[in-house]
Design a protein around this ligand. Sequence first.
Ligand SMILES: Nc1ncnc2c1ncn2[C@@H]1O[C@H](COP(=O)(O)OP(=O)(O)OP(=O)(O)O)[C@@H](O)[C@H]1O
Ligand SMILES: [Mg+2]
Length: 231
Amino acid sequence: MLEVKSVDLHYGAAIALRGVSLVAKPGEVTCLLGRNGVGKTSLLRAVTGAHPVSGGSIVWEGADITRLPTYERARRGIAWVPQGRDIFPLLTVRENLETGFAVLPRRERRLPDDVFELFPVLKSMLRRRGGDLSGGQQQQLAIARALVMRPRLLVLDEPTEGIQPSIIKDIGRVITLLRERGGMAILLVEQYFDFARQLAQEIAVMDRGSIVLQGRREELDEQDVRRRVSV
Ligand SMILES: Nc1ncnc2c1ncn2[C@@H]1O[C@H](COP(=O)(O)OP(=O)(O)OP(=O)(O)O)[C@@H](O)[C@H]1O
Ligand SMILES: [Mg+2]
């Protein structure tokens, strides 16, 4: 399980996270909600190691990973689907997927079949350039690329942002399937409560760098959550 303990994060003198604590357990979707600019991506940077924390600690599978570099966290099974997808536009779909091999031992470097069961559209597009895919297809590719690493923690930053409703549904189905298989903790950042509510077991709401509301989905007051996330 992932334990974020009282984490502070700064950009220069500006504080982006203040004493944030959060837990993500295997077999569950933990959703972090919040409006624009409240610090959601910053928390994911702290978890993945993309930005150093200035206080607190991050524990993964019982080990303190607070000071480990990004690649070492990736090797330990933490995969990140970044906001805006960050597909390599000039690489083919296959090559984009194969970038996930970097953290795997050589004998495990093959594309798992289930990636194409989860995202059938990618199978017919293996030779296309990433940049030629639609936004929704790129999002699916970004998730598939993360799954190639066979992660035990999957971190997704606003996977529904700018995506058409039919593909949002597909992505929701995939997230639920991955959760039901067990063994994987999923940390999902969202701005849309309706998407989060369908998928999450645990919900945390962030405002100006702090968690302001947290609990099991069925225990949270829906109106209260909506008031804090709606724009
Ligand atoms: N690299 C950076 N340098 C300086 N300030 C930053 C940097 N990245 C983010 N910030 C600031 O930190 C705060 C939190 O940003 P963050 O990207 O974590 O928010 P967010 O909740 O992910 O927003 P969004 O919903 O728009 O993605 C914002 O005020 C933002 O302007
Ligand atoms: Mg963000």
